[in-house]
Write a protein that binds this ligand. Structure first.
Ligand SMILES: *[C@@H]1O[C@H](CO)[C@@H](O)[C@H](O)[C@H]1NC(C)=O
Ligand SMILES: *[C@@H]1O[C@H](CO)[C@@H](O)[C@H](O)[C@H]1NC(C)=O
Ligand SMILES: *[C@@H]1O[C@H](CO)[C@@H](O)[C@H](O)[C@H]1NC(C)=O
Ligand SMILES: *[C@@H]1O[C@H](CO)[C@@H](O)[C@H](O)[C@H]1NC(C)=O
Ligand SMILES: *[C@@H]1O[C@H](CO)[C@@H](O)[C@H](O)[C@H]1NC(C)=O
Ligand SMILES: *[C@@H]1O[C@H](CO)[C@@H](O)[C@H](O)[C@H]1NC(C)=O
Ligand SMILES: *[C@@H]1O[C@H](CO)[C@@H](O)[C@H](O)[C@H]1NC(C)=O
Ligand SMILES: *[C@@H]1O[C@H](CO)[C@@H](O)[C@H](O)[C@H]1NC(C)=O
Ligand SMILES: *[C@@H]1O[C@H](CO)[C@@H](O)[C@H](O)[C@H]1NC(C)=O
Ligand SMILES: *[C@@H]1O[C@H](CO)[C@@H](O)[C@H](O)[C@H]1NC(C)=O
Ligand SMILES: *[C@@H]1O[C@H](CO)[C@@H](O)[C@H](O)[C@H]1NC(C)=O
Length: 700
């Protein structure tokens, strides 16, 4: 050994960095700025088109004369249209809170304004009222919800917490629980308001005579302060300083995480016309992620603590550092890395510590077999949000291979691959910095449960198109062939435009021998992506990547994992539908009719072709790209899944470096580490029989 121990330590750091790359991507990646962003919808008036595209109109509601008539107009109809109820919702739900179980859970802020015209016939008593409502669904008003129930509840359901709604009512009839017949109230799962404010003393009359007076209502909800304020003024006047209703309210105690905004109204034995003339919706966007929101709270707290505290923390850290013997020479490492072309840059440890508020557990996004992932905010860089992966385990073997591997990974450039922003090492702590990816990973959207908005067909198609092009790049377009080895839905990240970003390329081998990694992943799901020949040969090839991509295609189209109910392989299930000539029955039922049948059939056939048990029969990525882009016809797929025939060349190779399972004899960390380090990279074209993963050193 001629190398200095320093270099060894140095390289072991690199290897750890690479392992970190492989942490489960439950939530990480991509570009989102830390500043709060809002989603805004403006309806200056309403058209029939809104009814078709933006709004869900329920029961007795309609759009007429530029306004929402939540209950019908009885101008020309006698007797008056009494005992009616209606609802109108914005068609998409909004995410209103995060991290329900955590004491600091984040709640979205929103500002709603709308103008109303509520008029009653001359000399008649008005009835009954209109409410702005945050509801769990866009369902019809329940039966019996006319009269005092305002279309919100009925005699059976009123007050039941499973109603999951919060409403602001403008009530024009005095019920037994009401203060008067002209008030605003806050309704929590019940039409018996939690608090009310009579409006007559404020010179506001909700139900005016004839065409009457238009009023604008402002509902401001401050999610951080858990406070709601309601303002009212004659339309056209500015927002008053004094609220008509103002109280603390934690909506996350009442409404669903994803809820709909809308209006509800009713008439009773008396009649009024309940109109909404305009509507502005502004809602804070929460990261669409399983475990987000955290960092905002954390940062808010950190900022309040101020520079003094930060400085103290730094001092403490520095003194601690001085006492420690540095494991690695950062400068040597840094120089080495800088010599690599296009290397992600080095971050200062202090920068990342600050960004993650000293790696506070409250900033933690996730945890994997090798370390933890934190949300970070790079304040010096326009408040860019990043995901910081922290790893502190040490290893002393296999560094050369990792350096080689890093060289390759670092040179890969493709718009559908996840890029690394940088790295950092300090006091034996290794850090990798990624852009934060607000839309998480594909599996979260496909299997995230009913609270997630459905991933539309066009997005699904676009995601598969992106992954196919990334795969083609790795297999054929890069000057050395790279086999990904771990293609699965949880490794496909989605950027802010829902474009696919393939992560963890070239690293699978490092994990495949590590038992702890299996505890991080759904074993059944992972198994569904592994080609049958790999289980025997323990070798990963372009063909096994294609097999895994086939499993992804089927999962995306069918909306379920590659191994689903009772460990039935999805591919067999789809193949049966294909055989029975009804392959479209396999399409995700949640899509309803919201998909293109020719596209779905093309993808399903492609998914089956990629799942062919014999590696040689699977399409190559070039054909896959052509089929997905519809420049080649869909593949011919036999009615019965062919039997798996072990490729002749598969068994006689002694490649122990890519074992799929770790045997007892290689269970020490150092052993598996060393065994797992080489990357399947070959120069030029080569067929699967020659892809033995000798490591790139052997090519030189
Ligand atoms: C983040 O994305 C926005 C648009 O989506 C873009 O304008 C901005 O430059 C990006 N920032 C970084 C740091 O990539
Ligand atoms: C209504 O839907 C149309 C078509 O999807 C869209 O262009 C428009 O922005 C939507 N309007 C609002 C206020 O969301
Ligand atoms: C409206 O409902 C009330 C009470 O439920 C009932 O007494 C009245 O007859 C109903 N009127 C009409 C026209 O249905
Ligand atoms: C919402 O209203 C509050 C005042 O009530 C205001 O401070 C805030 O800027 C508004 N937010 C947006 C996004 O309009
Ligand atoms: C109230 O609505 C529920 C459905 O939401 C229905 O099952 C129940 O019968 C209704 N009760 C009355 C009194 O109409
Ligand atoms: C509340 O509603 C749920 C579901 O509709 C029902 O199971 C439950 O019995 C109701 N509770 C009360 C107190 O009525
Ligand atoms: C209003 O809500 C608060 C908090 O949920 C509760 O303590 C209070 O009793 C409610 N008041 C009424 C009148 O329902
Ligand atoms: C009450 O409101 C009406 C209509 O906006 C207005 O004409 C009148 O001057 C107001 N009166 C007071 C005392 O503010
Ligand atoms: C109320 O608004 C409607 C629709 O914008 C308008 O036609 C009407 O003139 C307004 N009425 C008053 C009194 O301003
Ligand atoms: C909210 O209510 C409090 C007391 O109930 C009052 O002091 C404060 O001025 C109100 N805020 C607004 C904006 O009306
Ligand atoms: C609604 O938004 C539009 C466009 O931003 C703005 O012109 C209008 O004043 C807003 N309405 C209210 C009541 O704030």
């Amino acid at each position: 050994m001629t190398k200095s121990p320093n270099i060894h330590h140095y390289l072991s750091f690199l290897s750890l960095l690479l392992l970190l790359l492989h942490l489960p991507k439950a939530r990480s990646e991509t570009n989102a700025t830390s500043s709060v962003s809002y989603e805004t919808h403006v309806f200056p008036y309403f058209t029939g088109d809104d009814g078709n595209t933006n709004l869900s109109i329920r029961a007795d509601a309609s759009i007429s004369k530029g306004a929402l008539q939540i209950t019908p107009d009885s101008f020309n109809v006698r007797p008056y249209l009494v005992n009616k109820s209606g609802r109108v919702f914005f068609k998409d739900p909004f995410k209103l809170w995060e991290d329900r179980d955590h004491p600091l859970r984040y709640v979205a802020s929103f500002n709603i304004t709308f103008s109303i015209n509520i008029n009653r016939p001359d000399n008649k008593t008005p009835g009954e009222g209109l409410a702005f409502v945050i509801a769990p669904d866009t369902a019809n008003p329940p039966p019996g919800s006319d009269g005092g129930y305002l279309g919100l509840t009925n005699a059976t359901t009123d007050g039941n917490s499973s109603n999951s709604f919060v409403a602001v009512e403008l009530d024009t009839v005095k019920e037994s629980y009401d203060p008067d017949d002209n008030h605003v109230g806050l309704n929590l799962n019940s039409v018996a308001s939690n608090i009310t404010t009579p409006l007559t003393p404020l010179n506001i009359t909700i139900a005016t005579l004839g065409n009457g007076i238009n009023y604008t209502v402002w509902i401001d909800y401050d999610g951080a302060a858990r406070h709601i304020s309601v303002y009212m003024a004659v339309r056209g006047r500015s927002k008053p300083n004094l609220a008509v209703l103002n109280t603390s309210l934690d909506i996350s105690n009442y409404v669903r995480q994803w809820s709909y905004f809308g209006f509800s109204a009713s008439t009773g034995i008396t009649y009024q016309l309940n109109c909404v003339l305009d509507w502005n919706i502004t809602v804070e966007k929460l990261p669409d992620d399983r475990n987000p929101g955290w960092w905002k709270w954390y940062l808010a707290g950190g900022l309040v603590l101020g520079a003094l505290v930060v400085a103290m923390l730094l001092l403490v850290a520095r003194s601690k550092r001085r006492k420690r013997v540095g494991v690695l020479d950062r400068r040597v490492l840094s120089d080495k890395l800088k010599s690599l072309p296009g290397m992600p840059r080095e971050f200062k440890f202090e920068t990342l510590k600050k960004a993650t508020n000293k790696f506070d557990t409250k900033m933690k996004l996730g945890e994997g077999g090798f370390g933890e992932v934190y949300m970070g905010l790079l304040r010096a860089e326009n408040d860019v949000t990043v995901a910081v992966k922290k790893f502190s385990r040490a290893s002393s073997k296999g560094q050369d291979d990792f350096l080689a591997e890093l060289t390759i990974i670092n040179c890969l450039r493709h718009k559908h691959l996840v890029p690394l922003r940088g790295w950092c090492h300090k006091n034996g702590v290794l850090l990798l910095v990624y852009e934060y990816m607000p839309n998480g990973s594909l599996d979260q959207h496909l299997f995230g449960g009913p609270s997630r908005p459905l991933l539309s067909w066009d997005r699904r198609y676009n995601i598969l198109t992106g992954v196919a092009s990334a795969l083609h790049y790795l297999h054929y377009e890069y000057n050395q062939m790279v086999v990904h080895r771990d293609i699965k839905c949880s490794n496909i990240m989605l950027d802010s435009a829902f474009d696919a970003r393939l992560g963890d390329f070239g690293l699978a081998r490092a994990l495949n021998t590590d038992k702890t990694s299996y505890t991080d992943i759904d074993v059944a799901g992972t198994r569904g992506y592994i080609a049958p020949e790999c289980l025997l040969t323990h070798k990963f090839t372009r063909e096994s990547d294609v097999y895994a991509f086939g499993a992804v295609i089927l999962a995306v189209v069918c909306g379920c994992g590659p191994i689903f109910a009772n460990f039935q392989p999805l591919v067999d299930w789809v193949w049966r539908f294909h055989r029975e000539g009804r392959i479209l029955d396999a399409v995700d039922p949640l899509l309803g009719t919201g998909y293109k049948p020719e596209e779905a059939e093309r993808l399903l056939l492609l998914g089956l072709a990629c799942s062919h048990p014999s590696p040689g029969e699977r399409p190559k990525t070039q054909a896959i790209v052509q089929i997905i882009s519809n420049s080649a016809p869909p593949p011919e797929v036999p009615p019965f899944k062919p039997a798996f025939v072990l490729p002749a060349e598969a068994i006689d190779e002694g490649d122990t470096s890519s074992r799929l399972t770790s045997s007892a004899g290689t269970s020490s960390a150092g052993e598996w580490f060393r065994q797992s380090l080489s990357l399947d990279v070959q120069e030029g074209e080569s067929d699967s029989s020659s892809l033995q993963g000798e490591g790139i050193r052997n090519q030189r």
